[in-house]
Unconditional design. Structure first.
Length: 132
């Protein structure tokens, strides 16, 4: 007999929905499949992201943060300069320096802020829903 203790804190209380996350090791995967069959549940299975995937997500979040901050603003003089910059042979190093100056010491805060923006745009995309 396989036992599973459902301890997810305040997820799905008082008729509300929530997301419950269970971390399952390779050694426990058989027990997970048994629980799926026994209790007729169908959790969404995902692997933990690799370092490369985490880096890609962080970069995409930062680009979206830059998009939100600057695309709607009127900066015609700087757009012309940006076009010229894109043809410069050291464009990557220059942009890297500009990004470092923009994000600076608050990079961790920026990463949390941009990740929160992504999560807000995709409600419920992080796991299966629980109501109970």
């Amino acid at each position: 007999m396989v036992s599973y203790i459902h301890r997810t804190g305040r997820t799905g209380r008082a008729g509300r929905t929530g997301t419950a996350i269970s971390l399952v090791s390779a050694k426990e995967i058989g027990a997970l499949y048994y629980l799926r069959l026994e209790y007729k549940i169908s959790p969404i299975e995902r692997s933990l992201p690799t370092r490369g995937e985490m880096q890609t997500r962080k970069e995409a979040d930062r680009i979206e943060l830059l998009n939100q901050a600057f695309v709607k603003s009127s900066n015609a003089d700087h757009v012309s300069l940006a076009r010229r910059l894109l043809t410069h042979p050291n464009v990557e190093q220059i942009l890297g320096g500009l990004l470092h100056a923009f994000f600076g010491a608050r990079a961790a805060d920026v990463d949390e802020e941009s990740a929160a923006m992504r999560r807000a745009r995709q409600p419920g995309a992080s796991g299966s829903r629980c109501s109970g």
